[in-house]
Design a protein around this ligand. Structure first.
Ligand SMILES: Nc1ncnc2c1ncn2[C@@H]1O[C@H](COP(=O)(O)OP(=O)(O)OP(=O)(O)O)[C@@H](O)[C@H]1O
Ligand SMILES: [Mg+2]
Length: 293
């Protein structure tokens, strides 16, 4: 196997990835005093634990995971099935509550927000893209995208130009008058991407957004996400099984058994080279993650 360059955040730098005792134990090296957010840190996940169930059926879905995301990063979260990826995303989106630990968005601890503040946070600061687009069936493409703006209280006269502009950028102008059942899977996901970004959220969360798409539609959606990140400055956190999807991002965070395992930064690598590096880490982890293309 050729050498893979693996970088780790400051709080795990003492770890030796080759030491089997330390694999999957990123969080155990966590220490608050060594863990200072930089001014550009947008998301900070700190020693987050999530336990499901009680007594004899306890699952430790997240075991003290820690990492930071800077503004305008495009991050892929990869890990074997059951490693805690969806649980992590649900905790960041506040759909689920952490058992312990903290999640900071722009230095505000979202794990301690009350019910009203939580719904305001979700509405104003987050955009979502799910595996099955989750568009509202009774609304047209235009209305689905516009909803994100009206919920946020954007004045009516500003809604149409904003929806039309993002629809043009994301190549969904032709389906603005159609209902979801009249759209292809790829078109639905691009409308969902338009809805996620139109209100200019702080963070876009995506769980397997290409999971239900054929390879051509997946590639188009990934190019759109890449463009949303590069040209529109969106910060995106995307869970994926797919090394091809991950190769469009700027950094891949690998998790295993609910803890940080390692990460890869794209740097100046081409997408093809980054894909090869991701595949090597997957092979190193036991090949449990990806269906390669
Ligand atoms: N509501 C729940 N109640 C009990 N256990 C749960 C619950 N949700 C998730 N788990 C468990 O937590 C662990 C992590 O699940 P999670 O869905 O986060 O994994 P994942 O990495 O997203 O997996 P996949 O790649 O298959 O989607 C699993 O062992 C799962 O069975
Ligand atoms: Mg999942």
């Amino acid at each position: 196997m050729t050498e893979v360059s693996v970088s780790r955040p400051a709080h795990t730098q003492q770890q030796n990835l080759d030491d089997p005792k330390l694999r999957g134990k990123g969080a155990e090296a966590f220490s608050r005093s060594r863990y200072q957010s930089t001014p550009t840190t947008l998301l900070s996940v700190r020693a987050v634990e999530k336990v499901f169930g009680s007594r004899d059926s306890i699952t430790h879905a997240l075991c003290g995971i820690s990492f930071d995301v800077d503004a305008q990063e495009f991050i892929a979260i990869m890990g074997p099935s059951g490693s805690g990826k969806t649980t992590l995303l649900n905790c960041i989106s506040t759909i689920d509550r952490v058992t312990s630990g903290h999640i900071l968005v722009n230095n505000r601890d979202i794990t301690s927000l009350g019910r009203r503040a939580l719904s305001k946070f979700r509405r104003d600061e987050l955009g979502f893209i799910f595996q099955d687009s989750n568009l509202i069936d009774t609304l047209t493409g235009f209305e689905n995208i516009a909803l994100a703006l009206t919920l946020k209280g954007i004045p009516t006269k500003e809604v149409t130009p904003k929806v039309e502009a993002i629809a043009k950028t994301l190549a969904v102008e032709s389906v603005l008058k159609k209902y979801p059942y009249q759209m292809s899977g790829g078109q639905k996901q691009r409308v969902a991407a338009a809805r996620a970004i139109v209100a200019d959220p702080t963070l876009i969360l995506a769980d397997e957004p290409t999971g239900a798409l054929d390879s051509r539609s997946a590639a188009l959606l990934l190019e759109i996400l890449e463009m949303m990140n590069e040209s529109l400055g969106a910060t995106i956190l995307m869970v994926t099984h797919d090394a091809f999807a991950a190769s469009f991002t700027t950094r891949v965070i690998f998790i295993k058994d609910g803890a940080f395992f390692s990460e890869l930064r794209r740097g100046d690598a081409t997408r093809e080279d980054f894909f090869a590096q991701i595949m090597e880490i997957i092979a190193f982890m036991g090949g449990e993650i990806a269906h390669d293309r």
